[in-house]
Design a protein around this ligand. Sequence first.
Ligand code: FAD
Length: 276
Amino acid sequence: MTALQISFEFFPPRDNTGRDKLVSNVAARLSELQPEFFSVTYGAGGSTRDGTRQTVKALLQAGQQAVPHLSIGNDDHQALLDLLDDYRQAGVRHIVALRGDQPSGMGSNRFAHNAEALVKIVREHCGDHFHLVVAAYPEVHPDAKSAQQDLEFFQRKVDAGANSAITQYFYCPEAYALFLERCAKAKINIPIYPGIMPITNAESLFRFSEKAGADIPRWLQYGMADQHNAQDLADFGVEVVSNLCNRLIELGAPGLHFYTLNRWGATSRICENLIR
Ligand code: FAD
């Protein structure tokens, strides 16, 4: 059996104190689970360019594998190339390449930039230096006109040079199974890692999922509502998400990518329950 690849996602903390805490406390604890890497998100429109870069470098200095997310958004082309050069010099080997969440009111210009274009820019500028990870959507991206169109856009990113993909989170394992099947039929052969969102706060999960186009099944909505306090919800969440992860492993997931929300508790408990 090949080893299951685990990775963890952070967002860049607001200040130095938050960053130090993230690296010395959260990343240090999660590193005991021997992750392949820690990725760091990139705020829409480049809003966290410095924060992402500083967090990536702090992780590298602490001896961790750090992977920046990069979105094409409205970034100036030269600024994008400079950032790629900076990451290359710092020893970064993977990049998560995204279109990024877009500011509202962009009208017909909304699709002027996309992740496929970013993959092409990185390949043109840096050759094969970076392993490029792209996003995938087993439950279909909210911008897609159809599941078929969504798959075609995914295929275009792969054809442009993506090496692997991480999915948007979901709670229905069959959505992932069907997506893998459809990718196989379309001869998309890159590894597709499910994105896993631990359940710790029902309200923020609903808010986030609405925006991301992630479905919260009815049984899960009722299950969360039945919990009496934060500890009960945390225990319930660990059980539900551990079962989900183990089902995904059975379905052939090559690994799991956790959206940690910069916390280690729920993620470590779930990882301890994995059949590895
Ligand atoms: P794309 O692959 O370019 O497009 C997504 C979908 O939009 C396509 O599948 C298609 O359905 C539709 N589409 C694209 N182009 C066209 C077109 N020309 N015409 C019609 N439809 C089109 N966001 C951030 O801001 N920062 C992050 O760090 C971040 N990290 C993420 C990490 C992961 C693993 C995932 C899954 C998502 C992340 N996101 C992040 C969210 C992501 O940026 C959004 O989902 C965004 O809306 C789409 O990005 P993409 O790279 O998938 O875009």
